[in-house]
Write a protein that binds this ligand. Sequence first.
Ligand code: 13P
Length: 257
Amino acid sequence: MVKEKLFAKMSRKKIVAGNWKMNLIAQEAIALVEAIAQLKQNNTAVELMVFPPAIYLQALQHTSLKVGAQNFHPAEKGAFTGELSLNQLKDVGASIVLIGHSERRELFLESNSFLKEKVDAAIAHKMPIIFCCGEPLSIREAGTALEFVTQQLTESLFHLSPAQIVDVTIAYEPIWAIGTGKTATVEEAEAMHKGIRAAIEAHYQSSEIADSVSILYGGSCNATNAAELFACPNVDGGLIGGAALDAASFIAIANAF
Ligand code: 13P
């Protein structure tokens, strides 16, 4: 049993992704990508990707790192002032998108049903997805975090077919751990990741499907705590905020596997 689980983990993609949020200006973004690309050398065990502010995608599109977009609008085009479409983001080199980050949910009021539209748009564009989920502190304290996260997945993601869901990466980011310096404990992270995998298995009636979905942890993950988080059987990498803005710490996190 333990062996099977280990095998499942080994066969899943390991990913360390940097979400730069609304930080850096062009020169800094270019310097950071160059420093990361240089430091990563031949670490091929982990896929590294960065999500810069969209205006810098074009300048970064020829890096050896995968580069993605933090946000997009699900419509093909039209009167959506200030928004960017998937075609526009692809055009400047985005090859993966984040959907459902808690900052989009909380600050820009993106609902589970709107996020479902984004999921469908990305699938229609064959654009790979990192789908973020996670509970606020009040829900964690009420003891209903797994139910809350399962509802996020059910309402935005679980309408996908088996063939579509296996290509989605999930990022579990407890809101109380984001940018707070307060990381989920190894036990809390593993319990949630295991619960998410069980929810996938229950919905799709398939342990193979559940075992093939990479589930990343995010929330004050850094060079010091990454190794113990990544050692959890159900944690397949990290979505990193603050610590991704420094090349050495981002690479140290990637090397924590
Ligand atoms: P921090 O690593 O800064 O807590 O941010 C996590 C995050 O929100 C990544 O998307």
